[in-house]
Design a protein around this ligand. Structure first.
Ligand SMILES: [Zn+2]
Ligand SMILES: [Zn+2]
Length: 390
C-alpha cells in the first residue's frame, strides 16, 4: 500500500509499504477514506521531535471504513465508518477512567523513553515518533488501530467525511483549549495563532459563551478566516508590534480574561525576542521558541487563565514565571483528551452549530503529500488545512 513516510528534516516521501495486520485481539484495520496534515506534523517535518526513524509512517488525523477487526472487538464490524482519536488510549487505566485519555498509562510501549524526558509517559500517538509509541500513522491507504473498541466514534451515513474528519484532533483540541479557559459571561478571549486549532478555539470560545474573541496572527488569509469563520476581531502583529499594549488598549486596560496559545514551539514574531529564540533553538540551547506564550502571559488579565493547546517539546527560555505569579494566573495545557469530546462535538456538527469543513483550503491526493508538506510549511498560497485522499 501507499503511505507517507518520514525520511528526515524536510524529507517526506510516498512509499510502497506492507499492509498492516491485526496483531492484538483489540485491533482493527481501517481503509482510510480521508486524512489530513496537522500543524504539529510540521514539528516532525522540521526535525524538532526526537526519536523519528527513517520510513516512519506519518499522520494522526484520519478516518475510514473498518475492513477487519480483532476477535475481542465487539462494538465494531466490517463496513462501519469511523473517526479515530489521535491519542491511543486503553479505556481501563486510572487516567482513562478519569476522562484523561491522552494521559493513558498503557498504550506507549516506549514509555521508558518518555519517562526519561518528562518524568512520566502519556498516551501513545499515531505516527508521532518512537518516544510516543512508534505506531504507524494514518497518512496511508490502511492503518492498524490498537484499542479500536475504545478509540473510535461511528459516523452516520448522512455526514460527509469532510465534516467529521477533524473530530480526530483539531476540533476537540480547539474546543478543549477554550473549555480550559473557564469562560464566564462577558469574558474576552485572545487567541495566538489562526491555524486550524486557533480557528476552532475561536469558534469554541464563542460556543462556550465568550463575549468577544481577539485573534492574533500575521498571515492575512488566516486572519480573514478568523473573522469570517470564527467571528473574531483580528490583530496583525506585523502591523501592531506591541501586541501586549494593543490588547490592553482593546480591553479597557484590563487585558484579555483568557489567553490561548495555539502556536507552540515554532513561534514567529517580530523584534529581538524572536531572534534570541531562533539563535538559541538553532544552537540547541533551548528546544522551544515560546515567543507567543510569553506574550500571552504578559497580556493576560490579573487572575486570568493561559490555555496552551500549542505543542511544546521540552525546554523554553525566559519563561516569565514572575509575571504569571504576580498576576495570579492559572495555566491549563496538554494533549487533548479527544475521546471525551468526540461524541458531544459530533452532536454539535449534526445540529449545524459548527461546520469544520469550512477551514479546508486544499484537497489533494496522497501522492502529492511531499509537495503539500513543503507548501504548508512555507505557508504558500493560502495553505490553512490540507486533506489527503488515499
Ligand atoms: Zn494534529
Ligand atoms: Zn488508559
Amino acid at each position: 500500500m501507499k503511505a507517507v513516510c518520514w525520511f528526515g528534516k524536510g524529507d517526506v516521501r510516498v512509499e510502497n509499504v506492507p499492509e498492516p495486520k491485526i496483531i492484538n485481539p483489540h485491533d482493527a484495520i481501517i481503509k482510510v477514506s480521508l486524512t489530513a496534515i496537522c500543524g504539529s506534523d510540521l514539528h516532525l517535518y522540521d526535525g524538532y521531535m526526537p526519536t523519528m526513524e527513517k520510513g516512519d509512517i506519518l499522520g494522526h488525523e484520519f478516518m475510514g471504513e473498518i475492513v477487519e477487526v480483532g476477535r475481542e472487538v465487539r462494538n465494531l464490524k466490517k463496513g462501519d465508518r469511523v473517526v479515530v482519536p489521535f491519542p491511543i488510549s486503553c479505556g481501563r487505566c486510572y487516567f482513562c477512567q478519569k476522562d484523561m485519555w491522552s494521559l493513558c498509562d498503557n498504550t506507549n510501549p516506549n514509555a521508558w523513553m518518555a519517562e526519561g524526558m518528562y518524568g512520566f509517559a502519556g498516551a501513545a500517538i499515531f505516527g508521532y515518533s518512537h518516544l510516543l509509541g512508534g505506531y504507524a500513522g494514518g497518512q496511508a491507504e490502511y492503518v492498524r488501530v490498537p484499542f479500536a473498541d475504545v478509540g473510535h466514534v461511528k459516523i452516520p451515513a448522512d455526514l460527509p467525511d469532510e465534516k467529521v474528519l477533524f473530530l480526530s484532533d483539531i476540533l476537540p483540541t480547539g474546543y478543549q483549549a477554550a473549555e480550559y479557559c473557564g469562560i464566564q459571561p462577558g469574558d474576552i478571549v485572545a487567541v495566538w495563532g489562526c491555524g486550524p486549532v486557533g480557528q476552532f478555539a475561536i469558534k469554541s470560545a464563542y460556543l462556550l459563551g465568550a463575549e468577544h474573541v481577539i485573534a492574533i496572527d500575521r498571515i492575512p488569509e488566516r486572519l480573514r478566516l478568523a473573522e469570517t469563520f470564527g467571528g473574531a476581531e483580528t490583530l496583525n502583529y506585523e502591523e501592531n508590534e506591541d501586541v501586549v499594549e494593543e490588547l490592553k488598549q482593546r480591553t479597557g486596560g484590563r487585558g484579555p480574561d483568557a489567553c490561548i496559545d495555539a502556536v507552540g514551539l515554532e513561534a514567529h514574531g517580530t523584534g529581538l525576542g524572536i531572534i534570541y529564540d531562533k539563535v538559541k533553538q538553532t544552537l540547541r540551547l533551548e528546544t522551544d521558541r515560546p515567543y507567543a506564550l510569553r506574550q500571552a502571559i504578559q497580556a493576560c488579565c490579573k487572575g486570568g487563565t493561559v490555555s496552551i493547546p500549542g505543542v511544546y517539546a521540552q525546554f523554553a527560555d525566559k519563561f516569565p514565571i514572575g509575571s504569571a505569579f504576580a498576576k495570579g494566573l492559572t495555566f491549563k495545557m496538554g494533549q487533548t483528551h479527544v475521546h471525551k469530546y468526540m461524541r458531544p462535538l459530533l452532536e454539535r456538527i449534526q445540529k449545524g452549530e459548527i461546520d469544520p469543513s469550512a477551514i479546508i483550503s486544499h484537497r489533494i491526493r496522497l501522492d502529492d503529500a511531499p509537495i503539500a508538506y513543503r507548501k504548508f510549511r512555507e505557508k504558500e498560497d493560502c495553505h490553512i488545512k490540507i486533506v489527503l485522499k488515499p
